[in-house]
Design a protein. Structure first.
Length: 94
């Protein structure tokens, strides 16, 4: 999935994962995916981002942190980049 394709996809993205034989899901809507793409393109900053995007970005961070805690994975240098990778993995598996 290319970063520009997010806005063209009509469905939500569901990230499925297993931890200790328990299946969990985290769902992202199109607005949340669009904010991730803006972040990856360097368009999210504390001073130049709309309040709505900052609120949505906060939602994304909470979901990314939840997934990280549930999977106990290593996200490397950037939690949102890792989280976006998980989104892409799930899109290619569905």
């Amino acid at each position: 999935m290319e970063m520009d394709e997010v806005e063209q996809r009509p469905e939500n993205v569901i990230i499925k994962h297993e931890n200790s034989n328990v299946k969990n899901m985290i769902e992202l809507n199109l607005k949340q995916l669009a904010v991730i793409v803006k972040y990856l393109k360097g368009k999210i900053s504390a001073f130049q981002t709309s309040e709505e995007d900052m609120i949505t970005f906060g939602e994304v961070i909470k979901k990314a942190e939840k997934l990280f805690q549930e999977t106990d994975a290593d996200f490397g240098d950037d939690l949102i980049v890792w989280f976006y990778g998980k989104c892409k993995q799930n899109l290619s598996l569905n």
